[in-house]
Ligand binder design. Structure first.
Ligand code: ADP
Ligand code: MG
Length: 763
């Protein structure tokens, strides 16, 4: 262990930046580069995915079928030949002098077998590990792990000892198999010493938790002598991931609380008071409590950093509006950032409706000291845009609503005091920062999300924000019932469309959601980056998400808006029903018109992509039919069904899926079943976490943070994350700039660089 923290021989990254092409030569470095591994550090951070158990050293005379064994034997012959249908086979025979055993390797291309061919020369001795099987009466090992050993007794004894260790299995690729990666790692790790591998975890923290150094840890995971080694190593690496992330977040928090913001104290008799007086309903207790938290935050001279989470329909908009009015009362402006144009326009309508005359400042008949709500979207006409830009820049508009267009350079504010981001998951940290840069002093920040976020995820992804939660939904809602409908049962589908008809006849409205826009779309809607404001931002699951991709099951093509609308128009059950479409390839005006007609009831059935996912509010909508429902994530489906049952009539959500019939235990079936069973957003969020891949969970929220997590699982490592958070807070408190901890600083910079890269790729 090093004597003092930060005392590093070759700078904070030691020898870990050495290019592999220099250390290993290009023949090994090139295939490793295909896996994204270019430096010593990157290779050593390429951890084994799992470990195969060592085989017990077995005599060739006592091989049992099905047993996992290691044998020491001599190669007698090895031949490669094409197989009858396609591909190649290498069969080798090894012997102990009396008995023999067959080794078999398969490959698509002949040269893929070249490495084995050149090692398995007659007369060589090797240790072969694998599971014994029988083929045409002969015992054999298929694709055994093996090492060739020297002919002398010493090197054989050494090899036998080494064979008694767990075998690391690396994530590999076509260009380079696991065993070659292992050899490269050993070559790189061999000559390194403790001082070559600076440790991001300070010695004091290591000592407190009994953690080994990074150098020792890399040996634990890459060259374990037994299972306890790699388990110990993995634990320490997980802790390290949690710790580095938490230090980065702690620094962001410290930075924000060190920044100056304009204090926006409430004003008695101002817009907010008059707004409260005219509000047609009473605030829920949650709305009042969160409101008080926000009011206090805004009155402070450093920027609020708050996440507001609350179920769909829990009334976040009113809470946000009240915070905005407090800022306007104090002479500032508020910006409300929405993920889509549809939603931005709807916010403007909602805010104007809630504000009434208070939103008509300067207009005839408006309140004297009222304000204005301006809308800025990418697709609005030049004249409207100019006027709204002017309203924002002059300060005439106290509230400016927009999509990512608000981030563009030519949008200016007179005095931006508060930024509200609606539906956080479409905005990254960088975008938040861009908006923040538009204010003279740091504006207050409120991020709203309808996806309940379990504590550890909040700590991981939004660790720089404080959290407020709206748990109750205003009284008077009828709620939603959810049913799963098997797509391949004609009678069920008939019943679905007849049900839709019944709702229409009762003057209700129906959404039909599809995963794609056009039948022949190569890509599904929503594969475009959502950061760019993609309106069909469907959070579609990859085909192999369930691990079902390899079963060879052929799935029918995904349902598409433009195809489904034609089908529905020709259904006798829906004769006379007006059906319209809504999707991201329509112009903003067309989308706007479609929503307006649907809201007014001129159109009763709206076939759309998930463009209606967030925030859209039509009180008469009672049924949500989701086609190919298994292709959407749990939280997205929950959001979707939150669109119905918002008025006094109960809502019905029908999840149509072809994936539920076959296997009721499949992940798809379980996801949909969970939605049938509960409407509690927090329960759903934690099931979602359990069932989805980690990357998808974090990726939907903020992919930058996710990319730095390799071993850490926010689902399972809650205690570790909480511990790391405490440690990180203490470390940053003692040394805010991490001056004495260069290795830690370097690790954070590396992580930020990754985040930035992802942001650039997405935008
Ligand atoms: P979300 O949290 O999903 O953004 P909204 O803010 O859109 O929810 O609120 C949903 C609906 O509930 C809106 O029509 C809003 O006016 C209404 N609402 C909000 N708060 C209350 C309340 N305390 N009582 C009754 N209705 C409310
Ligand atoms: Mg909302």
């Amino acid at each position: 262990m090093r004597a003092a923290e930060g005392e590093v021989v070759d700078g904070p990254v030691g020898r870990l930046v050495e290019p592999l092409s220099v250390v290993l030569g290009t023949r090994s470095a090139n295939p490793l580069a295909k896996l994204g591994l270019r430096t010593t550090g990157e290779l050593l951070r390429h951890y084994p995915r799992r470990y195969n158990p060592p085989g017990t050293l077995t005599d060739l005379s006592s091989l049992q079928i099905g047993e996992h064994v290691t044998v020491l034997a001599e190669v007698r012959q090895a031949t490669v030949r094409p197989m009858r249908n396609s591909g190649f086979i290498l069969s080798a025979v090894v012997t102990d002098g009396v008995r023999s055993l067959q080794l078999t390797f398969f490959a698509k291309r002949r040269n893929a077998l070249g490495a084995h061919d050149s090692k398995l020369k007659p007369g060589r001795i090797g240790l072969f590990t694998g599971t014994v099987s029988a083929y045409q009466g002969n015992r054999q090992l298929t694709h055994p792990d093996y090492t060739i050993v020297g002919a002398d007794a010493d090197s054989q004894a050494e090899a036998v000892a080494a064979a008694d260790r767990p075998i690391p299995i690396y994530p590999a690729g076509a260009a380079i198999p696991s065993w070659r990666i292992q050899t490269c790692v050993q070559t790189v790790l061999g000559p390194l010493a403790e001082a070559d591998v600076p440790d991001p975890i300070p010695a004091s923290v290591r000592t407190r938790h009994g953690l080994r150094t990074l150098y020792e840890t890399l040996r634990d995971v890459h060259e374990p002598t037994d299972d306890s080694d790699w388990k110990r190593g993995q634990h320490r690496l997980k802790y390290e991931e949690a710790f580095v992330l938490q230090v980065a977040l702690a620094r962001r928090r410290a930075e924000a609380s060190g920044q100056e913001a304009t204090a926006r104290a409430p004003r008695v008799g101002g817009l907010l008071d008059r707004f409260d007086a005219q509000l047609p309903f009473t605030l829920t207790r949650g709305q009042r409590e969160v409101g008080a938290e926000l009011a206090a935050d805004l009155a402070r001279a450093n920027p609020m950093q708050r996440l507001l989470q609350g179920e769909v329909g829990s009334g976040k908009t009113v809470v946000a509006l009240r915070a905005m009015l407090q800022v306007v009362d104090a002479g500032g402006q508020a910006a409300l950032l929405a993920p889509t144009e549809v939603l931005a326009s709807q916010h403007v309508r909602t805010l104007r409706a809630l504000l009434g005359p208070l939103a008509e400042g300067g207009f005839l008949g408006g309140a004297d000291d009222g304000t204005r709500v301006a809308l800025l979207t990418g697709s609005q006409g030049a004249a409207a845009r100019r006027e709204n830009l002017l309203d924002a820049a002059s300060g005439r508009a106290g509230i400016v609503v927009g999509t990512h267009a608000l981030l563009s350079e030519n949008v200016q504010f007179a005095d931006l005091g508060l930024v509200v981001v609606d539906e956080q998951h479409r905005f990254g940290v960088e975008q938040r920062d861009l908006l923040r840069a538009k204010a003279a002093s740091a504006p207050h920040l409120l991020v709203m999300t309808a996806t309940p976020i379990p504590r550890t995820v909040a700590m991981t992804v939004f660790g720089d924000l404080e959290t407020s939660t709206l748990r109750e939904v205003p009284a008077g809602r009828s709620g939603v019932t959810t049913h799963v409908v098997p797509a391949d049962k004609a009678a069920w589908m008939d019943r679905t469309w007849r049900r839709v008809r019944e709702e229409v006849d009762a003057f209700h409205r129906v959404y039909v959601v599809c995963p794609r826009i056009e039948p022949d779309d190569a890509a599904v809607a929503g594969t475009a980056p959502r950061a760019s404001g993609d309106e069909d931002g469907a959070d579609l699951l990859a085909l192999d998400l369930d691990g079902e991709g390899g079963t060879g099951r052929v799935r029918p093509p995904l349902r598409a808006v433009l195809e489904v609308v034609e089908e529905l128009r020709s259904l006798p059950a829906l004769a006379g029903v007006d059906i319209a479409v809504l999707h991201g390839r329509m112009s903003a005006a067309d989308k706007e018109a479609a929503m307006a007609q649907f809201a007014a009831g001129q159109v009763q059935v709206l076939v759309s992509t998930t463009v209606i996912e967030v925030g859209v509010d039509v009180a008469e909508a009672t049924v949500m039919v989701v086609l190919d429902a298994d292709r959407f994530g749990i939280s997205q489906l929950h959001q979707l069904r939150g669109r119905v049952g918002r008025g006094s009539a109960p809502g019905l959500c029908l999840l149509v899926s072809g994936a539920v019939d076959g296997d009721p235990t499949s992940l798809s079936a379980r996801r949909l079943k969970t939605l049938e069973e509960t409407t509690d957003g927090f329960v759903l969020a934690s099931v979602d976490l359990d069932l989805r891949r980690e990357g998808d969970v974090l990726g939907a929220a903020q992919s930058g943070a996710a990319s730095s997590l390799r071993l850490l699982r926010v689902t399972r490592d809650a205690a570790l994350i909480a511990q790391a958070r405490d440690d990180a807070t203490a470390v940053v408190g003692a040394d805010p700039t991490l001056e004495s901890l260069p290795a830690l600083r370097a690790a954070i910079e590396l992580q930020l660089a990754g985040e930035r890269e992802e942001f650039l790729e997405r935008s």
